[in-house]
Write a protein that binds this ligand. Structure first.
Ligand code: PEP
Length: 246
C-alpha cells in the first residue's frame, strides 16, 4: 500500500507562513514523487487559503478536528460537512492534545469518526499510551481499548487511517525503540484484521517526534505505513526529508 505522510500543523502558522510552507512543498513535489501520499492539516482558518494553492496538486488537505453533528447550535465548532465543503479529504480525530485539552474520550472520538465518514472524509484516528501506562506495561491494552472504542464499526481501509502516537513521544524528542513501535503496530494490525474484512489494508501511521534523523528507520518497520508529523512538518526541508525517507 502507498504510505501516507501527514503534517499536523497544530495551532501554528499565520496565513503568510502557511501559504509559504505549502508552496515550498508543492515545489518539491513537482520535482519528485517521493513514493507516498502527502497530506497537510492546517488550522481551520487557514484551510481555504491552503486549499486554493494545492488545488489540482497531489497534496491533500485535512483538518485537525470536527464536531459530531453536521450543523446546529454549537458555538465555535466546525462540522465534518463544512470541512469537506472547504476542500478537506481527511480529518484527524482523537489526537491526544484534544483528548487532554478538551477532555475528549473514546465515546466522543468514535462519534467524530462516524461524522467524518458520513461526510465522505477519511478519519485519522489517534491512539496511544501515556508514559505511566508504558512503564506499567499497559501499552498494548491501552491501545487495544482505544482501538476498540474509537474506531467505528463502519470503518474501512478506504475511510479510516489509524495513527499510533505514544503521548510521551509527542513534541518531546523522545521516541519508542524500533522494537516497541513494531510490537504496537503488529498488535494494531492483528486487532484490525480480527475485526474488519479489509483490516490488512488500513494504513497505520506512527507519530511522535518523527524527524529527518529517525524517519527512515521508523518508516521501514513492517506495519508502519506512514507518519503523523507535528513539529517537523512546519519546516519544508524537514518535512520533505521525512517524505523522501519513504
Ligand atoms: C503530533 O502532533 O501528532 C505529533 C506527532 O507531534 P510531534 O511530531 O511534534 O511529536
Amino acid at each position: 500500500m502507498r504510505p501516507l505522510i501527514v503534517g499536523n500543523w497544530k495551532m501554528n502558522t499565520m496565513r503568510s507562513e502557511a501559504t509559504a510552507l505549502v508552496a515550498g512543498l508543492m515545489e518539491q513535489r513537482a520535482e519528485l514523487d517521493p513514493g507516498c501520499d502527502l497530506l497537510v492539516c492546517p488550522p481551520f482558518v487557514i484551510l481555504r487559503p491552503v486549499a486554493d494553492i494545492i488545488e489540482g496538486s497531489p497534496i491533500a488537505l485535512g483538518a485537525q478536528d470536527c464536531h459530531t453533528d453536521n450543523s446546529g447550535a454549537h458555538t465555535g465548532d466546525v462540522s465534518a460537512g463544512m470541512l469537506a465543503d472547504a476542500g478537506c479529504e481527511f480529518v484527524i480525530v482523537g489526537h491526544s492534545e484534544r483528548r487532554a485539552d478538551h477532555r475528549e474520550d473514546d465515546v466522543l472520538v468514535v462519534s467524530k469518526a462516524g461524522a467524518a465518514h458520513a461526510s465522505g472524509l477519511q478519519a485519522i484516528i489517534c491512539v496511544g499510551e501515556t508514559l505511566d501506562q508504558r512503564n506499567a506495561e499497559e501499552t498494548l491494552s491501552v491501545v487495544e481499548g482505544h482501538l476498540l472504542s474509537s474506531v467505528p464499526d463502519g470503518a474501512t481501509a478506504e475511510n479510516t487511517v489509524v495513527a499510533y502516537e505514544p503521548i510521551w513521544a509527542i513534541g518531546t524528542g523522545l521516541t519508542p525503540t524500533i522494537e516497541q513501535i513494531s510490537e504496537v503496530h503488529d498488535h494494531i494490525r492483528a486487532l484490525l484484521v480480527a475485526r474488519f474484512a479489509d483490516g490488512n489494508e488500513f494504513r497505520l501511521l506512527y507519530g511522535g517526534s518523527m524527524n529527518p534523523g529517525n524517519a527512515r528507520e521508523i518508516l521501514a518497520v513492517k506495519n508502519v505505513n506512514g507518519g503523523l508529523v507535528g513539529g517537523a512538518s512546519l519546516n519544508v526541508k524537514d518535512f520533505w526529508s521525512i517524505c523522501a525517507s519513504v
